[in-house]
Write a new protein. Structure first.
Length: 70
């Protein structure tokens, strides 16, 4: 694997200021996400995590986001 810089995600303008809602929804789905302000979520996977686990985490996060925006 190797070095992975933290990857930021910014919500679209209509969800500005709701990063915390996405953070909590991700936590409920078993995904660890960091807030980097009111408008930024940050993903910083372990250096030893498998790619398949990253993909599963992103799928879980996508489902969690879907619940917030529904």
């Amino acid at each position: 694997l190797g070095m992975r810089p933290p990857t930021p995600a910014h919500p679209t303008p209509q969800y500005k200021g709701r990063a915390r809602d996405f953070l909590y929804a991700g936590a409920e789905a078993g995904v660890m996400v960091l807030n980097a302000g009111a408008d930024v979520m940050r993903f910083a996977p372990s250096l030893v995590v498998e790619e398949a686990d990253i993909h599963e985490g992103m799928q879980r996060f996508a489902q969690a986001v879907g619940k917030v925006v529904a």
